[in-house]
Design a binder for this molecule. Structure first.
Ligand code: ADP
Ligand code: MG
Length: 688
């Protein structure tokens, strides 16, 4: 049986079972084999009845003494009870609604049983096994050895029992064993003491002992992390070796003038990062660098300098932002600074009028624009650059590996790539997510910045909160109010941005200009609102999370988040970064439902402004699925490895992968399975 065969080929799988499997995402034999157990039931030894304790799952072997059946009064269930003795004591065995067993449970028969022990109903302290997972009949001398083991427990769906899933998996394992060929180079397996692949699959589903299970898990998690790392490193290596990069010129007059024009001097961290970027750009190898720095750490200046550097060398630069608002803001900032110096800055977004788009497209192709700022519209196929030298993506976690590659393909030569992110991913984890990039970090915020004071409050305090906001506005500041929803919805009684806007602008903020901003507005409307807020015409901006990333209004000193419990910690942290960007004392007020206000999670954000700590807490509390899901990191879900728990394994896998990509034979060995397993993520490296 081939791994790519449909599960229909597995014995016992017909139309109905196939449909049930499909609901679990299982369509092929390989899917079935990688449908790893969610848990295990330890039935690796037989427990003496005298050693049974309430609450434990256990297997016992004993002889049936008596059998009784009764009906429950209220719901008419049948309850079948057998008294079992094994020489050390007696216990009850209980089955609900399994009347058909009665004829089999004859006195004097020897049985093997597995279930959960609890105090018996009316049993006077006697223990009873129920939730039975095994009942086997044994001959008088027969050993129960063959029945022992650790049983897989799968996340099941309606229409499939554990027993059926176990049976199908066992069958698929047996029939496809020959297909489970090795994906890891022998040297890697040997060095890290990893068991073979076919063994690993067998043992992950049907381990005989706990050690077999942990060896299987380790092997499969290692494989998963290692292959991803090989993929990312292969991309990186190909860029470095086989692609013709650009050797940008040393910093010239434009750079000096821009540094002069900035209203601040670079911090030490910014200076270091800028030197790293400039060095990469001057090297003939393509740059692939990630700049990681908390909100407000001053990444924009780095992007600005890098873009000017590529223009100085006769190339074009592209700056890509995740939202149109942010792209606009970058555009305004760059054109104000650069247009007077004769550097031509263009803007490109999906919703521009056709004519405006066509003009920008033509100008890019004719090299009449030096720097273009835009959204993901920039990676659409028809945008052609005359001489693309540098691509900067801001908050790239919304762009996957594949999209980055698409943009890089736009010109014959490989442009330098600079990725900026404020998503504070723990250092070790940047490897899984950004393994193809070199990482620079801005660790300290620019000086003079005051920490944003954060308060967690319940809704009971809303009036007081908004009175405070009004006083701040009257003294010249501006404020944001963030809501989880755009408009009122029938499914939820959460306040929407529209409702809150109505309520506030007609109520306590009457006489003060308020604005409303959300993702469903037309881009021109959004822009007008943002511009008015920017220019201090709008004093209070009610919005959804569209303001989340990168928007910069230094005069805004208060952020109120309605129903803060609806947001992740990392997201709240990013929102909080909207204030405290100027010289004013700033406040972040989290309004939570009264029950939610006591949540451990929200208390953490009240206490710390360390983005990395918050990211780790988020990860711990919400789990990697949620955390990475929200990040759209482009690597797909890990099936067995756990980025947090397997951090050590990740580092080992990274080390092994680094060596593999430098060894042509090893890389050739790994590549086919890599491409097979991660086709979607790494499709573009299949030509390596
Ligand atoms: P982010 O890293 O979030 O993109 P920005 O680049 O928007 O941060 O910078 C945040 C604020 O800090 C801006 O108002 C910017 O002008 C200011 N800033 C940046 N670098 C410095 C510096 N070296 N000294 C003082 N202020 C700075
Ligand atoms: Mg920014």
């Amino acid at each position: 049986m081939l791994l790519t065969d449909s599960v229909n080929k597995v014995r016992g799988v017909g139309v109905k079972k196939a449909a049930a499997l499909r609901r679990l995402g299982v369509e092929t034999v390989y899917d079935l084999l990688t449908y790893y157990p969610r848990a295990y039931e330890d039935r690796s030894r037989i427990t003496r009845i005298a050693d049974l304790r309430a609450g434990m799952r256990a297997a016992v072997v004993g002889v049936i003494q008596t059998v009784t059946e009764r009906r429950t009064r209220r719901r008419g269930f049948t309850v079948l009870t057998a008294l079992i003795g094994d020489g050390t004591g007696y216990a009850q065995a209980v089955w609900f609604n399994q009347h058909f067993l009665k004829t089999k449970l004859r006195e004097g028969r020897r049985v093997f049983l597995a279930g959960r022990a609890d105090y018996a109903y009316n049993g006077g302290g006697q223990l009873a096994l129920s939730q039975m997972t095994a009942l086997e009949f044994l001959g008088a001398q027969e050993s129960a050895e063959s029945l022992l083991g650790i049983l897989p427990v799968y996340a099941a769906t309606e229409g499939l029992t554990q027993k059926q899933l176990r049976g199908m998996t066992a069958y698929a394992l047996k029939e496809s064993a020959a297909e489970l060929t090795e994906t890891l180079p022998a040297a890697v397996r040997e060095e890290y003491g990893l068991i073979g692949r076919a063994d690993a699959f067998r043992q992950i589903h049907f381990p005989k002992r706990a050690e077999e299970l942990s060896a299987a898990r380790r092997r499969l998690a290692f494989e998963e992390l290692y292959l991803i790392q090989c993929g990312l490193l292969a991309i990186k290596k190909r860029s470095a070796e086989e692609q013709q990069g650009i050797a940008h010129r040393p910093n010239g007059a434009h750079i000096a003038a821009v540094l002069e024009a900035l209203p601040f001097t670079l911090t030490e961290d910014q200076q270091t990062v800028w030197e790293e970027v400039a060095r990469d750009m001057e090297s003939p190898l393509p740059m692939r660098r990630l700049v990681q720095g908390d909100v407000g750490s001053g990444k924009t200046a780095i992007a600005l300098l890098a873009l000017v550097k590529t223009v100085e060398s006769g190339y074009q630069g592209a700056l890509m932002a995740p939202t149109e608002i942010l792209a606009r803001q970058h555009y305004d900032y760059l054109s104000e600074l650069l247009t007077p110096r004769g550097i031509r800055v263009g803007f490109l977004a999906g919703r521009l009028a056709k004519k405006a788009r066509a003009e920008t497209d033509a100008a890019l192709a004719a090299h009449e624009v030096d720097i273009v700022v835009g959204t993901h519209a920039l990676i659409e196929d028809r945008v052609a650059f005359a001489a693309l030298g540098l691509v900067v993506t801001d908050e790239q976690h919304r762009f996957g590996v594949a999209q980055r590659a698409a943009l890089e393909k736009k010109s014959g030569i490989t442009p330098d790539v600079l990725v900026m992110t404020a998503t504070p991913i723990p250092r070790t984890m940047t490897l899984t997510v950004y393994g193809d990039l070199d990482v620079s970090r801005i660790e300290h915020l620019p000086p003079g910045r005051r920490a944003v004071r954060t308060f967690l409050r319940t809704e009971a305090a809303r009036d007081k909160i908004y009175a405070f906001v009004r006083r701040e506005i009257e003294s010249g500041r501006q404020a944001y109010v963030v809501c989880p929803l755009i408009e009122a919805s029938e499914e939820s009684d959460l306040p929407s941005a529209e409702e809150v806007y109505e309520e506030l602008s007609r109520g306590i903020f009457r006489g003060i200009r308020c604005g409303l901003l959300h993702g469903r507005m037309k881009s021109a409307e959004k822009e007008a609102v943002m511009r008015d807020f920017y220019e201090d015409k709008i004093k209070l901006l009610v919005s959804t999370t569209v303001i989340e990333v990168g928007v910069n209004v230094p005069n805004a000193s208060i952020l109120v988040v309605e129903h803060a419990e609806r947001f992740g910690l990392a997201q709240l942290h990013q929102l909080r970064g909207r204030v405290g960007r100027g010289a004013y004392a700033s406040y972040c007020i989290l309004v939570a439902g009264s029950a939610a206000a006591s949540e451990e999670r929200l208390k953490i954000i009240e206490q710390t402004s360390d983005g990395f700590r918050l990211a780790e807490e988020d990860l711990r509390l919400r789990g990697p699925g949620q955390f990475f899901g929200a990040m759209q990191h482009g690597l797909g879900d890990l099936k067995i490895a756990d980025v947090l728990a397997d951090m050590d394994l990740l580092l080992l896998a990274r080390k092994a992968a680094l060596r593999t990509v430098d060894d042509p034979a090893a890389l050739a060995f790994v590549l086919p399975s890599l491409v097979r397993q991660y086709r979607e993520q790494f499709a573009h490296i299949s030509e390596v």
